[in-house]
Design a protein around this ligand. Structure first.
Ligand code: GLC
Length: 735
């Protein structure tokens, strides 16, 4: 449709129809009257007429189901405006990739983009139109369960992944293979106080802008069509009713002209936040703030018309919101073809096809992070007899909480992956321990999973008997998938006691121990590392997890993942990130023995493993850092180079990282900020020169006057394999 045609369509719509476009329900409302909702349960008081005018559905799957719903809907629709189908497709559709935090550890933005493109291909063939992704909430606290959905603690890394995901979803040359992106959760949700889900967010404007907003802006700049508001407050005002966020920043500063959707029930939750008296007040505040679509409450459906009639809202506000929704449907071509790209033939050809699977397997190898490898325990020789023990030895629940359309049977478990690699005959397998301790509970969607073991002693004994007969013990440990994700905040970040007991008993056998760690967050691994020889963080690796991990363990692939989020020494360090401020009493070699400095008395400030850290089977040496000049002016740039040598006999990928420090600013500046990444492949004993370009715009920040600009002065520049192991140089910015 042309814009004129859209305008005419809007003019011809009743106010009830326009309001209907601003309501989103799930598919259950279209086949039964039964109320179904995720998030806070609330009985929606919706009329059949209001439901019949709904503009979009969420998390309803099955191309036949969607076609039928669309068909029935259009038959009963006055204006014949097709439904929009949206869903949480975060790390793949049917071909499920490693979780987002794992993708961030790849530092491979083209690879990240391709995961989104494949997700779009599969999802669009199955009738999906929009994904509630990318989730780009910067995170500094692994107590928050949703760190698994983010790309970690760094603004640059989050922004690069955000851009890559939006481009992957939206830019396929074939429009029928695209889905539209909805970046979330705007804004600053990752900073929930104490890592507790749905909790308040207390950030100064400068911190919000410097650390948390860049990733959302990167999505908008990449053409993202939708934004989802966060559940949390920002400075006491819920994001869903926060005009400063939704209008001043999103619309006026950034020029965003797409649609804003609330998070699930978030408009009605304005009442729970204590900022709205009732649903009518909530509807008014959310619409006035700039929230276009009401996800899964009746606030808009039941109150917007009355608010317009009484003059509390203008009908133009409804019209503008409705037009933004119509434009999204038009962008997808739904007016011309409401069934768009549902394509049974395409589905058969591409869903979980070999090409997608082999790419997913490659993604696993590039997103796992090797944290320990004493005495070259890894890679293993294929003739070694292994004991594959642990709750994840053959359990296929390795795809993370938001992989909601995953076919469990499509997942390659560790057992299958290792058998594919070395043959079943070389493997002895047993569970050894449960994922969670007896009596622990894991909640998901209101269902409480009583996990634990009813025979812990027997399981342990079986593990000891098996391990004694084999050469190497591989322990597949970790947290349960339902222990992270939404609602998965944890106050303790250690492995279950039952798993630690297994590890310690295995250690007594005096054989090499390789720990494969599954989970959706950094954990406190101090004790785990004491009792193992090698440790590979596997995250939740998705459908090709077993094969990809086996590739790494047996050297078919060389680990290249680098931590997108620090692993803490202790949960007591949170919130924590490498790009912190110095403080007035920093810990320095000259001060660390003193009392009155910024540090803990009982634990170090430094994490167990820092941002950017990750081992390889190769060894890379950085040397000879050099710059073509030491003074930078506004319109030129500095070229900085370093030579990296692979001093091992194994080829591998290195991820060179560029950090910058502004030594003196009108406000305190981070001790380091990631400003560039380059992946370089090095053959044994090969040396390559890696070059970065430093430009003035990389040095800009929100100065004391809140202007986004650089300031003249001295800078340090660091290049290295992580945020701590770096070579250093200096330059001056002259203005
Ligand atoms: C959830 C999540 C959000 C998701 C939405 C729809 O509560 O917060 O990330 O996209 O509801 O499922």
């Amino acid at each position: 449709m042309t814009n004129i045609e859209l305008q005419n369509l809007l003019k011809g719509m009743s106010i009830e129809e326009k309001i209907g476009q601003l309501v989103q329900l799930n598919g259950k409302f279209f086949d039964t009257d039964e109320e179904v909702s995720t998030g806070p349960k609330s009985k929606l008081q919706l009329s059949r007429d209001a439901i019949s005018k709904t503009g979009s559905l969420l998390n309803t799957f099955g191309s036949e189901t969607l076609k039928q719903i669309q068909k029935t809907y259009l038959e009963n629709s006055e204006s014949k405006i097709p439904l929009l189908f949206m869903a949480d497709i975060l790390n793949g559709f049917k071909t499920v990739f490693p979780i987002s935090l794992a993708l961030g550890c790849s530092f491979d933005f083209e690879m990240v983009k391709r995961t989104a493109r494949i997700a779009a291909h599969e999802a669009s063939a199955c009738g999906m139109h929009v994904t509630f992704s990318p989730m780009v909430d910067l995170v500094q606290d692994a107590r928050w369960g949703r760190v698994m959905e983010s790309y970690g603690e760094d603004p640059y890394l989050n922004a690069q992944c955000s851009k890559a995901m939006v481009e992957g979803y939206q830019n396929d040359p074939d429009p029928s293979k695209r889905i539209l992106a909805c970046v979330k959760h705007f804004a600053g949700y990752g900073a929930v106080m104490a890592g507790r889900e749905y909790n308040r967010v207390e950030l100064g404007e400068r911190t919000l802008r410097e650390y948390y907003l860049p990733s959302y802006k990167a999505a908008i700049d990449a053409g993202c069509h939708m934004v989802m508001t966060s559940f949390s407050t920002v400075d006491g005002i819920p994001a869903t009713a926060n005009e400063w966020l939704l209008k001043d920043i999103l619309r006026d500063e950034w020029g965003f002209d797409g649609a804003v959707i609330s998070d699930h029930s978030a408009i009605k939750e304005l009442i729970d936040h204590g900022v709205a008296k009732n649903e009518k007040d909530a509807a008014k505040q959310a619409m006035q703030a700039g929230c276009d679509i009401d996800m899964m409450t009746a606030c808009y459906a039941n109150h917007l018309k009355e608010l317009v009639e009484e003059g509390s809202l203008c009908e133009t506000q409804i019209d503008e919101a409705c037009m933004r929704v119509l434009k999204i449907k038009n962008e997808l071509g739904l007016f011309e073809n409401p069934y768009r790209s549902v394509d049974e033939e395409a589905k058969k050809e591409i869903i979980l096809c070999d090409e997608h699977r082999s790419f997913a397997r490659e993604v696993v190898t590039k997103s796992c992070v090797l944290l320990k490898n004493e005495n070259h325990t890894l890679p293993l020789a294929k003739d070694k007899k292994i004991a594959l023990i642990g709750p994840y030895a053959e359990y296929g629940g390795i795809f993370g909480m938001w992989s909601i359309v995953t076919d469990q049977e499509s997942v390659v478990s560790l057992k299958e992956g290792f058998a594919n690699m070395i043959g079943q005959e070389n493997i002895q397998i047993c569970k050894g321990a449960a994922i969670m301790d007896q009596g622990s509970i894991a909640c998901f969607g209101g269902v409480t999973l009583q996990v634990g073991s009813d025979n812990p002693e027997g399981e342990l004994q079986e593990a000891i008997e098996i391990a004694q007969k084999q050469d190497v013990i591989i322990l597949a440990l970790g947290e349960h998938a339902q222990q992270s994700g939404e609602g998965g905040a944890r106050g303790e970040l250690t492995l279950a006691k039952t798993q630690m007991r297994l590890l310690k008993e295995m250690h007594k056998l005096g054989k090499p121990i390789v720990v494969l760690l599954f989970g959706g967050r950094p954990l406190d691994l101090r004790e785990v590392e004491e009792y193992c020889d090698a440790l590979l963080v596997c995250w939740f690796p998705g459908v090709e997890g077993g094969n990809g991990i086996a590739d790494l363990i047996y050297g078919n692939a060389n680990p290249s993942g680098r931590l997108a989020m620090s692993f803490p020494y202790s949960v007591g360090q949170y919130p924590m990130a490498y790009n912190e401020l110095s403080t007035g009493r920093p810990v320095l070699p000259t001060t660390e023995s003193k009392r009155f400095i910024s540090r803990y008395m009982d634990i170090p400030n430094q994490p167990l493993h820092c941002f950017g850290f990750g081992l390889s089977y190769s060894t890379f040496v950085y040397k000879n850092v050099r710059m073509d000049r030491n003074t930078l002016h506004e319109f030129d740039n500095i070229h900085i180079s370093v030579d990296i040598t692979n001093t091992s006999d194994i080829a591998g990928w290195e991820t060179a990282q560029l950090y910058i420090r502004d030594l003196v600013g009108s406000v305190a500046r981070p001790v380091k900020e990631l400003k560039g990444v380059q992946k370089v492949h090095l053959l044994p004993n090969e040396t390559k020169t890696v070059e970065f370009v430093i430009q003035e715009d990389m040095l800009r920040f929100y100065t004391r006057s809140m202007k986004y600009e650089s300031e003249a002065g001295e800078f340090k520049v660091y290049i290295g394999c992580n945020c701590e192991d770096v070579l250093e140089a200096s330059f001056t910015l002259e203005k």
